[in-house]
Design a protein around this ligand. Structure first.
Ligand code: SF4
Ligand code: SF4
Length: 404
């Protein structure tokens, strides 16, 4: 096989929502609980070990936001509003099937939205400590996960054994490994995928056997691809910032439609949650899960130096020529942290940086296009001059009022 574009895996993941829906409906009909989750801090493994199906409920549709704004302030992150809007409209079939929604104490907007959601859906909130380098924080998080396990056992009348936890951990480690290996293909001079194609290898339901088979097939096909597309002239972009959930990928598309190639996606829908596995040999699987998930460098953590270290490593590993940071409007934590990211990128990594703050509406796509083009022109000038120093000033001059 020389080319993957027209064969199974791409097609399979293009039908991702209907695949997941079919799977969840069949599981539901067999009596397996459907459990909604809304954050990468939630260990899917504990849910799977209870015989339940973890489904991501994060909303990526602009269409549900007006309904959400009947209850929520307009000046709130679109990811929160979109997720909540589905509940108002009652048109997310996964949410309507869910026996439980698992939430978490991450950002303020989500925490307060969960209070409203809990009036209509059964909910369990994981309490996440937010000082990542304190042992007491990890101990507290471990206790949170033990209480969560006990809650599932009580609620669904099933014992969660260490054996079942280990099986779920192995399953999720395999999924993380396959996704990591696919992402690593982007290190090539002419990667066999675009950033958007890579992003599309995702699923609402974790650990589905058929997804894993398709990810394996994709890896085999892409590794043996001989007719590589000519992508050397495209600007190698590292994207960081907020998650780009299914349906909310328009900024990535815009970047790639204007000469960029997103070689690394640092966020929660990219590499961040899959870079570390759970220790399968631990005597205490809950502790092993707590360790892995507590390391997630989300901007709700303070201080969040691990995210900066990750951006630094990925920029080098994937040879990024610039960094684009996406912040959804009213996302305070990522927005404030963007000052540190910008400093890191410009002063330490030495490549151009562009900060984009927007929402799901695409109404400011013309303005963003101008800024992306200015960024890429700066990168191309740098290539032409062969200078190792990033021509950051060129981008700053293009838009002195923006976050470049
Ligand atoms: S960015 Fe933070 S709050 Fe959002 S899904 Fe990731 S870990 Fe959760
Ligand atoms: S993008 Fe920001 S505001 Fe929105 S849910 Fe994630 S952390 Fe919260």
């Amino acid at each position: 096989m020389t080319h993957c574009d027209a064969d199974g895996p791409h097609e399979w993941f293009r039908r991702m929502i209907s695949n997941c829906l079919q799977y969840a409906r069949a599981a539901h009909a067999e009596g397996r609980p459907i459990i909604g989750i809304m954050c990468e801090f939630t260990p899917r493994e504990i849910i799977m070990a209870a015989g339940a199906v973890p489904v991501c409920l994060c909303g990526g549709s602009a269409a549900t936001i007006p309904a959400a704004e009947e209850h929520l302030p307009a000046n709130l992150c679109p990811l929160i509003k979109s997720t909540y809007g589905y509940s108002v409209l009652r048109n997310n079939p996964f949410l309507e099937m869910a026996s439980l929604v698992v939430a978490e104490t991450t950002c303020d907007g989500k925490k307060k939205m969960y209070e409203l959601l809990s009036e209509r859906y059964p909910m369990y909130v994981l309490e996440l400590p937010q000082k990542p380098h304190e042992d007491s924080g990890l101990a507290q998080w471990c206790e949170t996960l033990r209480r969560f396990k006990a809650e599932l056992e009580l609620r669904f009348g099933v014992p969660i054994t260490d054996e079942a936890l280990r099986a779920a951990i192995a399953n999720m480690n395999q999924e993380r490994r396959l996704r990591r290996e696919l992402a690593a293909l982007m290190k090539a001079d002419a990667p066999p995928l675009t950033g958007r194609q890579l992003l599309d290898f995702k699923s609402r339901v974790a650990g589905m056997e058929r997804d894993l088979v398709q990810l394996e097939l994709a890896l085999v096909a892409l590794r043996s691809q001989t007719e590589l597309p000519a992508r050397q002239n495209r600007v190698r972009v590292l994207m960081t910032g907020v998650p780009m959930v299914h349906g909310a990928e328009w900024v990535l598309d815009l970047v790639e439609d204007h000469g960029g190639l997103v070689v690394a996606l640092e966020n929660c829908t990219g590499l961040k949650p899959i870079l570390e596995d759970v220790d399968e040999s631990s005597d205490d699987p809950i502790h092993a899960l707590a360790v892995k998930y507590y390391h997630l460098p989300c901007s709700v953590m303070s201080p969040n130096d691990d995210r900066l270290n990750l951006i630094r490593e990925l920029a080098l590993e994937y040879r990024a020529e610039c960094v684009i940071e996406l912040v959804w409007q009213a996302c305070i934590t990522y927005d404030v942290e963007s000052y540190r990211v910008k400093r890191l990128v410009q002063e330490e990594i030495g490549v151009p940086y562009l900060g984009i703050e927007t929402d799901y509406s695409v109404s400011d796509s013309a303005r963003i296009t101008v800024r992306v083009e200015a960024l890429f022109e700066a990168v191309l000038q740098r290539r032409r001059s062969g200078s190792p120093a990033a021509p950051v000033s060129a981008v700053q001059e293009a838009r002195p009022d923006d976050k470049t």
